[in-house]
Write a protein that binds this ligand. Structure first.
Ligand SMILES: [Zn+2]
Length: 509
């Protein structure tokens, strides 16, 4: 066989011209659909002209805990839900033309938490786990150490440069990732006054909810949408604050004539939009519901896509541009619980928000970045047949793969989490239960009440001005620096003005 291949090569080389060498390939090879599609993609890549212009706007989407295996499982799930081939399916951001790998370790730990992760992404510095918006000079839970450790976020820099800024999440607005847009604290858990001791308050630390509302106008968010009323309202008035303060009222009282507070999807949709609009939306007492419950009858919570679109609508009122941070935060929560169907459903909802944004912006002047702050221990393994349900059991009926304990196992499993052994019971047989149920808990190797994050690199997907700078294996802090450069805020000679040369948005086209 090797001799035949060599003979074919020799014939082809001999008959080729020196400047346009080609090797004839068998018809069965060139007729393969994947062969043809990838060849087309290479031709498309060759024609790509990087956008080296200035970004008016930057939108950063963070899928919290959205590791690469979560993206792969979600693309398969999303395709299978639509009745198309899942394995070759792509979530919308997987069609962005530029990607890089991001190392996610924090200043003090191999595996980061969301606080240090978002600080790296939004402020360009590595800090310790648990710390938001402060450099590594800050020590967790140490108020005094925060002084002099300030690190400004891209959202605050946008405001300081005359742009607008906003933050959208489906967690509490005071949770670590959204806090990375506007807060600076040595302890991510100090979300409301109820989370702080009298000593901490006396030491001068301000809770995260107050930081959102009390920020100086020069850096204050124009749009803040998410959950977490418990941190904004006093006990007895829909919240659990211990200082009696009604922060939504303060938002309205201090935010100018266009300051609004909304609590439902309908109120958000009806909120008027003008250059003076400033919207605080709190759609749940705690985190917003998982997508599976959010779409159930009786729910009044908006989708991540609806919140993203409203935020863009409001922020676009400023002709100078904006920076928007959007977090799909419940991807992480589902994986902490070991509930893979919810992880995938949340990731699909996150992709829907990206898709909605792409339809509302001009990618010639808007840099869109999709990334994760860290991974989770979700794995996809076990040789299931093509098109087998990704939430099902590895291997088909005819070639069932069983473990050494004689039981089959699911394609998706977790490294750690509540699906792990607790010392009392062995592994259950997944063929005796519905493994696609939203509350089916995948097996984990080690039992933990809440699954641990994982430390491998995550992907940065980018499109728009300066997106071509995303390449190679970079640190999590790199995103900040590309965005800062694209916005023209790094002091370097300004890139060419906004390019208006085409409409190409996704790749391969
Ligand atoms: Zn987490």
């Amino acid at each position: 066989m090797r001799a035949i291949v060599s003979l074919v090569l020799v014939i082809c080389l001999v008959t080729s011209g020196a400047s346009a060498q080609t090797v004839a390939l068998p018809a069965g090879q060139t007729g393969d659909a994947y062969f043809q599609e990838s060849a087309r993609q290479v031709r498309t890549a060759l024609a790509e002209v990087p956008n080296t212009g200035r970004a008016r706007n930057v939108i950063i989407f963070v899928g919290d805990g959205m590791g690469l295996s979560t993206v792969v499982a979600s693309r398969i799930f999303e395709g299978q839900q639509r009745g198309v081939d899942g394995e070759s399916n792509s979530l919308v951001f997987e069609r962005f033309p530029y990607v890089a790998l991001s190392k996610t370790y924090s200043d003090d730990m191999q595996v980061t938490d969301s606080a240090a992760g978002i600080t790296a992404i939004m402020s360009g510095v590595k800090t310790g786990n648990g710390v938001v918006g402060l450099t590594k000079a800050a020590v967790r839970k140490d108020c005094a150490s925060a002084r002099g450790a300030m690190a400004l976020s891209l959202a605050e820099m946008a405001k300081a440069s005359g742009r607008s800024a906003g933050v959208v999440t489906n967690t509490r607005l005071t949770h670590a990732t959204p806090a990375g847009a506007y807060a600076h604290t040595p302890h991510r858990d100090w979300e409301g006054s109820q989370d702080m001791s009298a000593e901490v308050i006396a030491a001068g630390c301000v809770d995260i909810a107050r930081q959102l509302v009390e920020a100086a106008p020069a850096v204050r968010m124009d749009v803040a949408l998410g959950g977490g009323r418990s941190r904004f309202l006093p006990a007895g008035a829909g919240g659990k604050r211990t200082d009696g303060r009604d922060l939504p009222r303060e938002w309205r009282d201090t935010g100018g004539p266009g300051a609004l507070y909304v609590q439902t999807a309908a109120e958000l949709a009806a909120a008027p939009v003008s250059p003076s609009t400033r919207v605080l939306g709190l759609f749940a007492e705690d985190h917003m519901p998982f997508e599976i419950e959010r779409v159930a009858p009786g729910s009044t919570a908006p989708s991540l896509a609806q919140m993203t679109l409203k935020a863009i609508d409001v922020l676009s009122q400023n002709p100078e541009g904006y920076v928007l941070l959007v977090e799909g935060g419940r991807i992480d929560h589902a994986s902490h619980l070991g509930l893979a169907r919810r992880t995938l459903t949340e990731t699909v909802a996150f992709a829907e928000a990206v898709k909605a944004a792409l339809g509302a912006v001009d990618l010639e002047d808007t840099l869109v970045i999709v990334t994760a702050d860290h991974s989770h221990g979700l794995v996809l393994s076990g040789y299931a047949d093509r098109n087998a349900p990704v939430l099902g059991i590895a291997g088909d009926e005819g070639s069932r793969v069983v473990g050494l304990d004689g039981k089959p196992y699911t394609t998706l499993m977790f490294a750690t989490g509540p699906g792990g052994p607790d010392g009392a019971t062995g592994r259950s047989d997944p063929s005796t239960t519905d493994t696609s149920d939203p509350d089916y808990r995948q097996v984990a190797a080690v039992g933990l009440r809440s699954a641990a994050h994982s430390g491998e690199d995550v992907v940065i997907y980018a499109t728009g001005p300066q997106a071509y700078l995303f390449r190679g294996v970079v640190d999590e802090t790199y995103t900040f620096h590309v965005a800062r450069r694209a916005l023209g805020l790094d002091g370097a000679p300004a890139p060419a003005t906004v390019r208006k040369s085409g409409k190409r948005r996704l790749w391969p086209f």
